[in-house]
Ligand binder design. Structure first.
Ligand SMILES: Nc1ncnc2c1ncn2[C@@H]1O[C@H](COP(=O)(O)OP(=O)(O)OP(=O)(O)O)[C@@H](O)[C@H]1O
Ligand SMILES: Nc1nc2c(c(=O)[nH]1)N[C@H]1C(S)=C(S)[C@@H](COP(=O)(O)O)O[C@H]1N2
Length: 177
């Protein structure tokens, strides 16, 4: 079974200064451990909301650490310092708008302000990058909505082969793949 490398990037001025504990980054790692049967190596970064710092983190995790998947949390909204999506758009070779569309559609069932998130996903080198909002409770809401497509996406981009815990989440791979 492949070992899966997963980057977790929390973008938050206050969490990066230790003013509050980063619950959202922790929730991403816990969720991945529940979803996957594979051995996982996590690469964790907690950075301030600065576009060039976020870009450096995303490039390091994708191009240099060769993560299969990078999940970000925070900085997807409309405020001046919400620049995680902008950094994602800069480093990615291809954008996958369906991820953001689906996460917003599902999130609107929980909170009307879901419409404020610009979250998206894309491919950087051979890494899938997915943006999540900052609120800890949004992590599971969003990941449950899009994760079924993640293993096949990784197959298509030449990343590691994910084996999921079927009792927790279903992966969809088209027949014969
Ligand atoms: N990584 C996190 N861990 C724990 N709580 C978080 C995290 N990110 C956000 N929150 C909570 O959700 C609330 C709203 O999230 P939001 O993304 O607006 O954070 P923020 O105020 O932009 O963070 P900052 O200004 O420090 O970058 C925060 O006030 C905080 O209570
Ligand atoms: N599933 C889900 N999506 C959500 C939320 C949430 O609580 N749950 N919060 C929304 C709010 S209040 C905002 S402002 C935007 C952007 O949040 P961010 O700037 O922390 O990324 O995400 C939205 N998406």
């Amino acid at each position: 079974m492949d070992k899966i490398n997963i980057g977790v990037v929390t973008t938050s001025d206050r969490a990066s200064q230790g003013i509050y504990e980063d619950e959202s980054g922790k929730a991403i790692m816990e969720t991945m451990k529940e979803y996957l049967k594979n051995e996982i190596e996590f690469y964790y970064r907690c950075v301030p909301d600065e576009k060039h710092i976020i870009e450096e983190a995303l490039l390091d995790l994708s191009r240099d650490k060769k993560c299969d998947l990078v999940v970000t949390t925070g900085g997807t909204g409309p405020a001046p310092r919400d620049v995680t999506v902008d950094a994602t758009l800069t480093v990615c070779d291809k954008i996958l708008p369906g991820f953001g569309e689906q996460m917003r559609a599902v999130s609107l069932q929980y909170v009307p302000t879901a419409i404020l998130s610009r979250q998206t996903a894309g491919i950087c080198c051979s890494t899938l990058i997915i943006n999540l909002p900052g609120k800890p409770k949004s992590i599971r809401e969003c990941l449950d909505a899009v994760f079924p497509a993640v293993p096949y996406c990784l197959d298509l981009i030449g990343a590691g082969y994910m084996e999921v815990n079927e009792e927790v989440i279903k992966a969809f791979r088209p027949k014969g793949k």
